[in-house]
Design a protein around this ligand. Sequence first.
Ligand code: NAD
Length: 334
Amino acid sequence: LPQRFGWIGLGAMGYPMAVQLRRKIPNSSELCIFDVNQSVLQRFQQEEGDFGPIRVASKAKEVAEKSDFIISIVPEGIHVKEVYLHPEDGLLAAEDTSAKIFVDWQVSKYSHHGLISHSSFISSTIDPATSLAVGRAVHASHPATPSKFYDAPVSGGTAGASKAILTFMVGAAPDDPIFPLLQEIFSYMGTSIHPLGGPSLGLAAKLSNNYLSGMIALATAEAMNLGMRLGLDSKVLSNCFAISSGGSWVNSTVNPVPGVCPDAVTSKGYEGGFKVQLMKKDMSLAMDAARKVGAKLVLGDAGLSAYSAAAEDPRFRDKDSRVVYRWLGGVEPN
Ligand code: NAD
């Protein structure tokens, strides 16, 4: 295992994931953290400092200087670009100044295990083109002993992050020599770790999945509202879906109607969870990707316009995406 870990982005997903990592890596390993939100850095240090050393960085570049295995989980492609490619403060700015020491250390470390020299960069849900461009920049930053860049989007939501039961969709070939290391580290935070074939294919799977899950959530919200307006009790209706052809993970785990899944964010004021803005982002990324490859998405326009309208409404903007039930004017459960 690398001795020094780096973490960028301590938001709704990143924070509970980094908690798992800090608690499961050896006490002697250092975790260097960075987020543009200062208060979250202090909170993490206070809450998790007992589990091992935590270094707070003042910029992404410092994380690269102080870490060998770096995970970033920030909102959008523009933030990923800033984190990696900002000319003064980005991760690769550090590569430029101290790449030899940084990467050579890797060579000596991993050559014992027969692995190629690398440092690993793992990213959040961004568009495949941005991910491929960042990956190329990582490789080009030190061609003699190239670093590695993996796209490894996660699925399972904030509840999955807190319970360390996430799914990782990894843009790597199954026989990639680094994959066993990724598998080990990801297993601290998740239970399903899938190599999907090569660079950007983790994102391809994630975008396809989120398109599907966003549509299922919207359809479930509409169908729940319909059934309830026809007189059905919300829980009775959801249980009926679960044993019929309308059942789904959304219906049973995070049903959009408050009270149906008592532990879900949808029953807790839609606070936390997967923000409606992020669902809008993933929908439009999926639609862009579909246009590029000629995949017809007939539901796409309707879904995107629903999530966009909800994301523009100040009442819903920062809420979990299943708040689309409220945006639809869904009835109060009985
Ligand atoms: P979030 O908005 O809660 O957190 C993002 C964090 O990144 C914030 O703390 C923010 O301050 C920080 N940040 C933004 N720009 C930064 C920069 N330039 N440098 C350093 N830090 C920066 O978002 P989230 O819900 O944690 O989602 C993050 C990513 O994970 C998104 O791409 C999202 O699509 C994906 N994701 C989210 C969920 C979910 O259920 N929330 C599930 C799977 C995947």
